[in-house]
Design a protein around this ligand. Structure first.
Ligand SMILES: [Cu+2]
Length: 267
């Protein structure tokens, strides 16, 4: 039933897909029912058959029964699917602690900046006065020793498979929206706010490529909010690695030295 959706690559995504499928099937049934009824009414009450309109309310109880059924299904969807999911995944998100990979993502026109705390697990101090779009997009304070091992990458988020990832999302300018279609993640990035969004990838990039039969294929980071003229170019890559590969990547890429040859879409 979920063939109309992108490949699923996250733990929580199945629930979203189930809800989407139920909602669309239900709306499809309602649409079909109303369309059939509409055509029936056009024919049944055509002028040739009934010249004068009848202004009294419908006498049949069928209309009420249908309305209450639709209402009941909508309430059930809200109470048993949407609200519990939203509570678990958004409002009551647990503090994953050590188990999770924590990363900051700072949106800007028109790129995604990704900031890892590095080996010490402490983010370096950041400040507006240090922001330099060429060499220091997140504004790391060069005098803070905690930031010396931080990793900053443009347009590439690297995470391990089968481990929760907690992204602290913010924006430097306008409202953007951090979207990972295959992981069923979409969250607005709002200037002045730091919003946490969590997901657990269940498929590595290598497995995704094999599945798609395309050795170049990537999980894409999209901006799902029309954020300016360059919005179309605000793309990034989510690379999902095996745990050992991820640990090796962290070691290889620390500290955050931006070499001239640096290509945000690596390989
Ligand atoms: Cu954007």
């Amino acid at each position: 039933m979920t063939g109309f959706l992108p490949t699923l690559a996250s733990r929580h995504g199945g629930e979203i897909d189930l809800l989407l499928t139920i909602v669309h099937s239900f709306i499809g049934i309602v649409l079909l029912g109303w369309s059939i009824y509409f055509v029936y009414v056009l024919i049944r009450f055509r002028r040739a058959r009934q010249v004068r309109a009848e202004h009294g309310a419908a006498r049949s109880h069928t209309a009420h029964a249908v309305e209450f059924t639709v209402f009941g299904v909508e309430v059930a969807l809200l109470l048993f699917f949407s609200i519990p999911f939203f509570t678990r995944q958004v409002t009551a998100l647990p503090d994953f602690g050590e188990e999770a990979v924590h990363v900051r993502v700072v949106a800007q026109q028109f790129q995604w900046n990704v900031h890892y705390a590095g080996a010490d697990g402490v983010y370096g101090r950041v400040g507006l006065e240090h922001v330099d779009d060429v060499g220091n997009p997140v504004g790391l304070d060069p005098d803070d020793p905690a930031g010396a091992d931080d990793i900053v990458r443009r347009g590439q988020l690297v995470v391990p498979v089968n481990r929760p990832v907690v992204v602290s999302l913010s924006s430097k300018d306008v409202v953007h929206s951090f979207a990972l279609p295959e992981l069923r993640v979409k969250q607005d990035a709002i200037p002045g706010m730091e919003i946490r969004v969590a997901f657990e990838p269940t498929m590595t990039t290598a497995q995704f490529r094999e599945l798609k039969g395309d050795p170049q294929r990537e999980f894409e980071i999209m901006c799902a909010q029309l954020c300016g003229q360059g919005h179309f170019s605000m793309r990034g890559v989510l690379r999902v690695l095996e745990e050992e590969e991820f640990e090796a990547w962290l070691v290889e890429n620390a500290p955050s030295t931006e070499d001239e040859e640096y290509d945000p879409f690596f390989d």
